[in-house]
Design a protein around this ligand. Structure first.
Ligand code: PLP
Length: 408
């Protein structure tokens, strides 16, 4: 039935797409429900158990009735723990201008921190620089907030990174913010400290760049392979402390502690923007689930060593994935340096007029392997494979992809 002509939705939804990954996940669930043997490589979600300390903290919080409204920006204990974590990742800055609990807002996942940031910063028509391939929600969030996404190409040939010259060339009077995401979803690429410094230098020295904010999405900070010992995680502000007053660091529990469903993320930012984001949060969600906040306090107190077996497991899975996919003919294979995705170039396998969307459909149909097409990530000739799953599934799924490509 078509809707009555006088009913309509807000124009802000025009041109905003629904999340391609969430949509694909429901297709796979439906196929599985019909008994089809489908391998799902689409979910951006760690398959590890939640740390027992987090579960225990929830039980305790519940027994102590700590389940009322919390302060809108989060419970002081969690804001304190987040400030300490951030200071530990930005040691140079921590000596002179450490982040304080008041600089932290706890949000409904990292996603809401990003959403709040765009709503707080953007006026209609403001541009946001987004290196592409990008996490698919960035442009949609920018559009909802009234902004205009402006893409900077970070192709395979550049290791999926932008250069300082490209950043300089993309600046302009309407540019309000730059998004950085290292390690990256969907590519697994990472910027080195020197590369971040060089990008930061452009924002510090270019005339007209004084009003450009940086939103640094560091949600994959703990999943870093550092294969040769020269690419450890580097927080943007540790590389460019001089941009402290213009940077919003976003992070959360979803990827680092396998706590996706708890919906705990945060922003760490200077007062001007924190105050704005806090007003938005106070008038929208009122704050975040109290029990999940207590769980996060406990998880943030765990030593790094508690997570090293997860990292080693991701490394084995990544290596297995690469070892098998290497056998596929005519593909571009990038070795992820962080996160848990392999981004695979299938341009030479695309049929006339087809993009990765069509390819992914053929792969699902022909090999019963579900991957996310690169198109919604801004890279139409690539597909994304999430290797946050067990080795048996990775082996079977990657072998199926190789056979499928060989039969093309
Ligand atoms: N940023 C990136 C790059 C992501 O991949 C994700 C999740 O997939 C998020 C942010 C948001 O994560 P969450 O809202 O679960 O904290």
């Amino acid at each position: 039935m078509s809707p009555a002509p006088h009913l309509s939705l807000a124009r802000r939804l025009d041109g905003v797409s629904e999340s391609a990954t969430l949509k694909l996940n429901s297709t796979i669930q439906a196929m599985k429900a019909k008994g089809i043997d489908v391998i799902g490589f689409t979910v951006g979600e760690p398959d590890f158990a939640v740390p027992p300390a987090a579960k225990e903290a929830v039980r305790k919080a519940l027994d102590a009735d700590k389940s009322k409204y919390t302060p809108s920006p989060g419970i002081p204990e969690l804001r304190e723990a987040v400030a300490s974590k951030t200071n530990a990742q930005q040691p140079a800055l921590a000596k002179t201008q450490p982040w304080k609990p008041a600089d932290v807002i706890v949000t409904n996942g990292g996603k809401q921190a990003l959403f709040n940031a765009f709503l707080a910063l953007l006026n209609p028509g403001d541009e946001v620089l987004i290196p592409g391939p990008y996490w698919l929600s960035y442009p949609e969030m920018v559009k909802i907030a009234g902004g205009i996404p402006k893409f900077i190409a970070a192709p395979f040939s550049q290791g999926f990174k932008i250069t300082p010259a490209q950043l300089k060339g993309a600046l302009g009077p309407k540019v309000k913010a730059l998004i950085l995401n290292s390690p990256s979803n969907p590519t697994g690429a990472m910027y080195s400290r020197a590369e971040l410094e060089a990008l930061g230098q452009v924002l510090l020295s270019e005339p007209g760049a004084e009003g450009v904010w940086v939103i640094s999405d560091e949600i994959y900070d703990r999943i870093v392979y550092n294969d040769r010992g020269d690419l450890p995680f580097c927080s943007f502000l540790d590389a460019v402390p001089a941009l402290r007053e213009r940077t919003i660091t976003v992070n959360g529990m979803s990827k680092s502690a396998a706590m996706t469903g708890w919906r705990i993320g945060w922003s760490v930012a200077p007062k001007l923007v924190t105050d704005g984001m806090n007003t938005l949060q106070g008038q929208s969600t009122s704050g975040i689930n109290s029990l999940a906040q207590w769980a996060s306090v406990a998880a943030l107190k765990l030593p790094e060593s508690d997570f090293s077996s997860q990292l080693e497991s991701y490394r084995r899975r990544r290596d297995l994935c690469l070892e098998i996919l290497k056998k596929a003919p005519k593909i571009d294979l990038f070795q992820p340096q962080g996160a848990f995705y392999a981004f695979l170039g299938v341009g030479k396998h695309l049929r006339g007029g087809e993009d990765s969307m069509g390819f992914a459909e053929r792969l699902l149909e022909g090999a019963k392997v579900a991957v996310v097409p690169g198109s919604p990530f801004g890279e139409p000739e690539f597909i994304r494979i999430s290797f946050a799953t067990d080795e048996k599934t990775i082996r079977e799924g990657c072998e199926r992809i190789v056979s499928f490509l060989a039969g093309e």
